[in-house]
Every structure is written in C-alpha cells, then in structure tokens.
Design a protein around this ligand. Structure first.
Ligand SMILES: [Zn+2]
Length: 219
C-alpha cells in the first residue's frame, strides 16, 4: 500500500493527473517517485523474508547435525588459558621439532624466489630503519661483529676469492678505467706536495694528508 512520505497516511491515486494525493495533509506527489519508493520498500521486505527463511533452514540443519553428534555435545571442549595454550604449543613443537624444521626448510627451498623478492621489497620500504639499526648494533657489538666477520672470511675464503675473480672478469673495463683515473689523480696530488716536488723522484706512497683525505672520502 502506498503511503504519504510526509505523514504516512495512505495515498489515493489520481489516475488522470499521474499523481498521488494524501487525504490527511493534502500533499500532492508525482506517481513515479512514490512508486519507486514503494518498490524499494517492498524489495527490502522480500529480502528480509528470504534471510529469515535461510536462518530458519540453517537452524534446523544445525539441530539435526547436533542430534547426530550427541557425544560431542556432552563433552564440550576444555577452555584453555593463554598460559596453557603457550605450554601446549611448546610441547607440540618439542615433540615434532624435526618434522617442523624439515617442513620449514622445504618451504623455504620451494619459495626461494618469492622470499628473496619479499626481502628486497621489505628492504626498500624500510631502508633507513634497517641501516640505522645495523649501525646501532655494530656500535654496541663491535668486537663480536669483527670476530664473526673474521670467522666468515676464514670459512668462505675460496668462495669469496672466486666471486671476486668473477666480478673482476665481468667488469674488467670499468675497474681498470677507474684505477687509471685514480692513479692519475693520486700522482697529480702527490706532485703538489712539498715532499714530492719536481726535483725529487716521485713517491706515490707518501702523498699529502690532503690527498689522503680526498681519496678516502671521494673514491
Ligand atoms: Zn500526508
């Protein structure tokens, strides 16, 4: 039934004028928008009914399901506290440690590319934070880090040697060109220092402090 949007009293259709009229407040409304509103209301009601039907069906199904599993209903699950849960997790881990580790290893092997991609992305997004954290760690654990580095170098001596060699072969041209420029600049700086004036033979091992500073900071 159509009702007045102003006072909710029932409307009367004036067919010729395509309008609805309210007998209570005297309002006059176009036919189409009133009927649209009416349709929307009707539609919503229908949907609500459908929802209720579904709910009823589900409840009935649930009841029949529960009736099939009476034992479970008689022994409800024990509710564990957070502490107990943690303890259970720990026990599970200890019991299945090898299997879990093996699984993790397998997963890592299978998803190597995905992992490295993810790591790269994470690094790019958190670059500043990571670098500052590393610096902080290094400053607080200098000795430990140096010790570890030494060990790593000792353990990976051959591998790093090969890697260095490969790097050199790959970028030979660039490396040599850079070295040439460095050498030239070093010579020029060295010649400007009093110990290396033009009358004495050139000694690249004792360049000026200025030159040392320049090389250490800019090359
Ligand atoms: Zn009205």
């Amino acid at each position: 039934m159509t009702v007045c949007p102003r006072c909710s009293y029932s409307l009367v259709l004036l067919g010729k004028r395509r309008r609805y009229k309210c007998a209570k407040c005297g309002g006059l409304f176009l036919q189409k928008p009133i009927e649209d509103i009416e349709f929307r209301r009707w539609n919503e009601k229908q949907r609500e009914f459908a929802r209720e039907d579904l709910k009823r069906d589900f409840e009935e199904l649930w009841k029949s399901y529960k009736a099939l599993n009476p034992i479970r209903r008689e022994h409800p699950r024990l509710k564990l506290s957070e502490e107990d849960k943690k303890q259970k997790c720990k026990e599970h881990y200890q019991k299945n440690r090898n299997r879990i580790l093996q699984q993790n290893r397998l997963w890592v092997q299978k998803n190597k590319e995905k992992l490295s991609e993810h790591k790269k992305q994470y690094y790019q997004q958190n670059k500043d934070k990571i670098i500052s954290k590393r610096k902080e760690y290094y400053l607080n654990n200098k000795e430990k880090v140096k010790e570890r580095m030494k060990l790593w170098w000792a353990n990976n001596r051959d591998a790093t040697r090969i890697a260095k060699r490969e790097y050199y072969v790959r970028f030979k041209k660039r490396i040599n060109a850079k070295a040439r420029i460095r050498y030239g600049l070093r010579k020029a700086f060295a010649l400007q220092t009093p110990e290396n004036d033009t009358y004495k033979p050139y000694n690249p091992d004792s360049p000026s402090q200025m030159a040392e500073f320049y090389f250490n900071n800019y090359f």
